[in-house]
Design a protein around this ligand. Structure first.
Ligand SMILES: CC(C)(COP(=O)(O)OP(=O)(O)OC[C@H]1O[C@@H](n2cnc3c(N)ncnc32)[C@H](O)[C@@H]1OP(=O)(O)O)[C@@H](O)C(=O)NCCC(=O)NCCS
Length: 329
């Protein structure tokens, strides 16, 4: 039988984090926090910080080039570039346009997506539709953020984020492999501003009198509550969609908000925590970058085997959230 809707698989991964590191010990010297509190409560030891001359597109371009090289294709083979980011270089043009330019990927259409910390999964679900329908053959999906630029480095909430980018190249697959299910959601009914970057848009343009509005604002309790409801809901739905049980999951590659959110989620869905991959101790939360950076690391460590059932899940401001299951090809 002819396969009408094409399956989608990942054929290349790449990532990049800037060189400069802020350790918890360093943060102790600039904000009211303690290294032990941050590690015990959030699971973070250090985070990487973009240099003054590095914009989000610079991080994204390096990660993107690494993913293209890993896929063994040429930059001109890329048909579409999607950059998931909440910290674009500028309001216009898009960060994806800068990346297309820097990669000289001249045949690629390019646009940004903003679903904050769920952006990479949202971007992957959109990209997959173009592959499934046959419109495009090779798509570069990048998650990249520089939250250091929207962090108030005098406040204790500065501990949560780091800068980084991760990327994948996706293409068509045969019917037995690749993405088995996707679900994305946006729930605005419950404290939708529990995480927000209020200033700099059309609602609150920045002036010399409101520069504090450029920084992110977070209600930790509402992030925790929404994340531990949203993630299990999305995960249980993709398990139902695929007819798989939680015991069939070999590896979970989740967004990296805080270790406690992931531990609670694993407990609620019944997944042993050894199967949950983390790297927040070294990078903190890189927002759109978390899942593709972690995927790149896990793949390069040799832990990911052909045929493995891999679970992705993310939650972010809005609240956006989602999950997906892939049979690694
Ligand atoms: C951050 C988190 C661990 C805080 O736990 P909580 O019980 O909600 O804590 P509270 O904000 O009420 O603070 C309780 C105490 O913790 C300590 N504390 C909170 N933030 C701190 C920080 N950054 N550094 C040091 N101590 C801190 C303080 O002692 C505080 O007491 P105080 O408010 O009287 O000073 C928890 O809310 C959480 O994990 N939220 C998710 C955050 C997240 O994932 N963000 C990233 C994705 S958007």
């Amino acid at each position: 039988m002819k396969q009408l809707i094409r399956n989608v698989k990942i054929i290349g991964t790449g990532s990049y984090v800037p060189e400069k590191i802020y350790t918890n010990e360093y943060l102790e010297t600039i904000i009211p926090t303690t290294s032990s509190w941050v590690f015990e409560n959030v699971g973070i030891n250090e985070r990487h910080i973009a240099a003054p001359n590095q914009a989000t597109s610079d991080l994204a371009t390096i990660a993107g080039q690494r993913a293209i090289d890993d896929a063994g294709i040429k930059n001109e083979d890329i048909d579409l570039i999607i950059v998931a980011t909440a910290t674009p270089d500028r309001k216009a043009p898009s960060t994806a346009a800068f990346v297309q330019h820097k990669l000289n990927a001249v045949n690629a259409a390019a646009f940004d997506m903003n679903a904050v910390c769920s952006g990479f999964l949202f971007g992957m679900s959109v990209a997959s539709q173009y592959i499934a329908s046959g419109v495009y053959n090779n798509i570069l999906v990048i998650g990249a953020d520089t939250f250091s630029r929207i962090t108030d480095w005098t406040k204790r909430d500065a501990v949560f984020f780091g800068d980084g980018a991760g990327a994948v190249v996706i293409t068509s697959a045969n019917i037995t492999e690749g993405f088995l299910a996707y679900r994305i959601y946006t729930d605005t009914q419950n404290e939708m501003l529990g995480f927000t970057i209020p200033g700099g848009g059309s609602e609150i343009p920045l002036t010399e009198n409101n520069l504090n509005e450029q920084y992110f604002q977070m209600n930790g309790k509402s992030v925790f509550a929404s994340a531990t409801q949203a993630l299990p809901k999305a995960i249980n739905q993709v398990l139902m969609d695929t007819g798989l049980s939680i015991d069939d999951i070999d590896i979970m590659i989740p967004h990296q908000p805080s270790i406690r959110i992931l531990q609670k989620t694993a407990e609620l869905i019944g997944l042993p925590f050894e199967k949950v991959m983390t790297n927040m101790d070294r990078y903190a939360n890189t927002s759109g970058g978390t899942i593709p950076i972690l995927l790149d690391e896990v793949k390069k460590s040799g832990k990911l085997k052909r045929g493995n059932i891999v679970l992705f899940a993310a939650v972010g401001s809005g609240w956006t959230y989602g999950a997906s299951i892939i049979k690694w090809a």
